[in-house]
Write a protein that binds this ligand. Sequence first.
Ligand SMILES: NC(=O)c1ccc[n+]([C@@H]2O[C@H](COP(=O)([O-])OP(=O)(O)OC[C@H]3O[C@@H](n4cnc5c(N)ncnc54)[C@H](O)[C@@H]3O)[C@@H](O)[C@H]2O)c1
Length: 362
Amino acid sequence: MDRMITLNLQTKKYKIVISQSEDDFFTALKKAVKTNTFFVITDKNVKKLYLKYFTDLLNHKGFNVKTAVIDEGETGKSVESLSFLYDKALEVGIDRKSCAIAFGGGVIGDITGFFAATYMRGICYIQVPTTLLAMTDSSVGGKTAINTKYGKNIAGAFYQPDLVWINSSFLSTLSERHIKNGFAEIIKYAFIFDRKFYNYLFDIFKKGITSSKDFDYIIYQSCLYKSRVVEKDEREITELRTVLNFGHTFAHALETATKYKEFLHGEAVAIGMIFATALSLKLKICKPETYKKVETLLQEADFVLNTKYNAHQFLSLMKRDKKSVDGNIKFVLLKDIGKTINSYIKDDIVLNVLKNFTRGNK
Ligand SMILES: NC(=O)c1ccc[n+]([C@@H]2O[C@H](COP(=O)([O-])OP(=O)(O)OC[C@H]3O[C@@H](n4cnc5c(N)ncnc54)[C@H](O)[C@@H]3O)[C@@H](O)[C@H]2O)c1
């Protein structure tokens, strides 16, 4: 077994297996679920690339395998897709003892998780992520959701998987833009948790990622950071899990203002992290050296760090964020690499930083 993490939650315990070995997957699978029937859910792109390989793998072990394919991308995470999954599952004989498998990126992970949480009042499910973002973030922690006509992740549930199998060889076909997208959240873990991981990433960006061993290490570290937070605050009830929202308040405003068309989530988070650090600097919570470190790593990873926006529009969008209370915007701020604090910040300060943050502001 290459690398394995056990997630110990109050309600459940499950394993994250990071390995390119199919045997490792089956060993873990046997222990994790007692079923003979799997419902593999994927999107059209992943179907073309890997669905036959994956269903053959399960079939050869004697499992009964049914599949469902939905549209790729954010539009796949819809009420219509969910309804299609319920119908398809019933049609092919998926029952309460069957197990769903999310085979794809974060979109597939989120909708499959929500499907599993609600189909026949809940069936088990497994995450087999195929994007870097899903391998390092969305497949771990049990947040599931679909979008509605009016917004992203409007309907959802906390519902933990029974196993996560991360095989980094799937990354060989992922576009460079989506690889970079995954790196935003990985860099976030370095900023909020670990100076050593910051240095490691800095070196790796300088020399270029050369082996799947590098990816496996990065994925392992990322899953470890996320797991430890989720263990302490499974349902985001205390302040602990909110640390993962570093950069996200601004990112959500940016994604909303551009109607989710211009930026991938990670690209928006990269800009959000530099904004949150600019705010930290303005409030003298961090030193200029820390700001520089944040900027340097994001630039090494090749993220574009400025964008055009209207400061007043952004302020009002950020006030609508799920984490705002009574119109006060709550930010995760950076004290130093590896150290954060949560704070409600007054509008005039946020506006001031917004106005000075990047070129092109009105
Ligand atoms: N649940 C959580 O905790 C959590 C956390 C972060 C993000 N998310 C959600 O994740 C979603 C974004 O995930 P994503 O970035 O993985 O996007 P995605 O699932 O849309 O995948 C990106 C693209 O890559 C394609 N793809 C997937 N695997 C591939 C492979 N191996 N090779 C080639 N192409 C491949 C997909 O078909 C898609 O076109 C968003 O909906 C976001 O809300 C959830």
